[in-house]
Design a protein around this ligand. Structure first.
Ligand code: NDP
Length: 509
């Protein structure tokens, strides 16, 4: 072997390692070599190593065929070398550059809370004006004041008495107060949107939607966040695989998770808030690892009744309680009228009637899911029913939902645990889970995996739930919701053409 040949060979080896593409054997061009080379047998010869050829070759090989793939240039064809992949990555770069230069130009390229909140407030103001105008244009009179239902068909607002055959309670909900001594020291999500600056450090109490979103967002704005979660995992109502992957992503971002905790006391001293909590040691991702935390005497038991319990405290500039929301019912006078409460809000039937004739309720004030689109759909349907033609009822059984953390979560349908519970036996439920690093993350130089999980009926293949972790997840969950409603099966996902390169394509094919 000549020096040059050896050099070429080494180069080829290096290149094949770096690009991780299959090492290609070089066959000289031209007819002159016909018949001069080795004879090869194959079950399948594929000419062209682009998306089509590679897919065909690989699938054939997986069925045991001997396959030869012939490609004259780099493997991957147009998509990888001259099309989708480089284009999409440059598109990300361009989009981010536009966003970054647009949003962060005043702040030297760093996320800045003060700047962000000004933008948020401007949008709120725009929406207020727009709502007011639309109400006016629709001929709705808007009266400012506190309402009290004084009788079926009668509402008092200050000195005014309003009478109507039908009354709708849509007063919404508010953050639940933290029921421990000093609980009033904790801010709520309502307060956060009024903050003119962010605290240097924050203890977030809760492990649901709001706690996760706030912890994720605020840590991006430079806040050191400790999360105190009562359960052994985040987002109890979401699929476990997704919640676990999110916990890893948050931890990697610097959010310190303390699981199996039970907050007992908040105290204020020297400009800081100290949050005391009990913690069952088992299952903690980061029990007492935070710089501002300390631990004390032991004990037994805990919320889950297992493991050794220790008392800890964590100090921070502020605390935020996000432990659920409770219905706004104070001062409405409904109790006196005999309107029956439910467990978490007003109890209503399928037609949103309370127990008192003529009084309806929708939205967060009822026991249903506390989600804006649900409330909107309820309102429109009820108004149609009461005053117009019967509208088509929204499907409240399939509600896509998202958690706007980073990466975001999108979810629709049953979690694996809920599906198994409904089916009675684990073997009746199948799951398909994919973990992959998105192109977006590759471009940004991080290898945080995205997760996609499909839960299906093992016998019929009917898809029962789709759960996603990726910044594109909410958008995908919205679209896939319609497929779930229409009874989509795994085979439909497998035979639907993918749109490449997207995150959503990982669900298909
Ligand atoms: P969630 O019901 O989602 O979560 C409440 C969390 O607080 C749970 O982890 C719960 O734990 C915990 N908790 C309850 N009481 C205590 C306590 N005393 N001490 C410590 N932890 C406690 O409520 P959120 O406040 O996060 O959100 C309210 C609702 O708002 C959501 O249900 C959702 O419908 C809506 N929302 C929707 C969003 C979206 O669509 N993106 C965003 C934000 C809110 P445990 O399980 O042990 O009770």
């Amino acid at each position: 072997m000549t020096k040059r040949q050896a050099g070429n060979d080494n180069e080829r080896k290096r290149a094949s390692k770096v690009s991780a593409e299959p090492r290609m054997e070089r066959v000289p061009r031209g007819k002159g070599n016909a018949g001069a080379g080795r004879a090869r047998q194959a079950d399948f010869v594929v000419i062209g190593g682009g998306s089509a050829g590679v897919a065909a070759a690989m699938r054939a090989a997986s069925h045991g065929a001997s396959v030869i793939l012939v490609e004259r240039e780099q493997i991957g064809g147009t998509c990888v070398n001259r099309g989708c992949i480089p284009k999409k990555m440059l598109h990300y770069g361009a989009t981010w550059a536009a966003i970054l230069s647009g949003c962060l130009s005043h702040t030297g390229g760093r996320e800045d809370w003060n700047d962000a909140i000004v933008r948020v407030k401007a949008e709120m103001a725009r929406l207020h004006a727009s709502y007011t105008q639309r109400l006016q244009e629709a001929g709705v009179q808007v009266l400012r004041g506190e309402a009290m239902v004084t009788a079926a068909g009668e509402v008092r607002v200050g000195g005014d008495t309003l009478q109507a055959r039908r009354i709708l309670i849509a007063t919404g909900s508010r953050p639940a107060p933290l029921p421990v001594p000093g609980g009033e020291l904790a801010s709520t999500s309502d307060d956060v949107f009024q903050w003119n600056g962010v605290p240097a450090s924050l203890v977030v109490i809760g492990g649901g939607y709001i706690a996760v979103e706030m912890a994720s967002i605020l840590s991006r704005y430079g806040v050191k966040v400790d999360m105190l979660v009562r359960e052994s995992r985040l987002l109890e109502n979401f699929d476990e695989d997704i919640a676990l992957a999110l916990a890893e992503a948050l931890t990697a971002k610097g959010v310190r998770l303390h699981l199996n905790t039970d907050v007992t006391l908040l105290d204020q001293a020297n400009g800081a808030i100290e949050v005391c909590y009990r913690q069952v040691e088992e299952g903690a991702i980061s029990g007492s690892g935070s710089s501002g935390s300390s631990s004390g005497s032991g004990g037994n038991g805990g919320k889950n009744g297992k493991g050794r319990e220790r008392i800890h405290s964590v100090r921070a500039q502020a605390a935020l309680a996000a432990i659920g929301r409770e219905p706004n019912l104070d001062g409405l006078g409904l109790e006196a009228l005999g309107v029956a409460p439910g467990q978490r809000g007003l109890r209503v039937d399928r037609q949103f009637r309370t127990s008192v004739r003529g009084i309806h309720a929708i939205g967060d004030v009822t026991e249903g899911p506390q989600l804006t689109p649900v409330a909107t759909a309820q309102g429109r349907w009820l108004a149609d029913r009461l005053f117009g033609r019967r509208g088509e009822r929204a499907d409240f059984d399939v509600i896509p939902t998202a958690v706007f953390c980073e990466p975001a979560i999108g979810s629709v349908g049953l979690t694996e645990a809920a599906a198994i519970e409904a089916a009675g036996k684990p073997e009746r439920i199948g799951t398909r889970i994919k973990r992959f690093v998105s192109l977006e993350n590759r471009f940004a130089g991080n290898t945080m995996p995205s997760v996609m999980k499909v839960v299906y009926n093992a016998r019929s293949g009917r898809v029962l739930g789709v759960h996603l972790l990726d910044n594109a997840a909410p958008e995908i969950a919205q679209s896939i919701a319609v497929a779930l409603r229409l009874g989509v099966r795994l085979s439909h996902l497998e035979t639907t053409m993918q749109l490449h390169p997207t995150v959503a394509e990982e669900l298909f094919g």
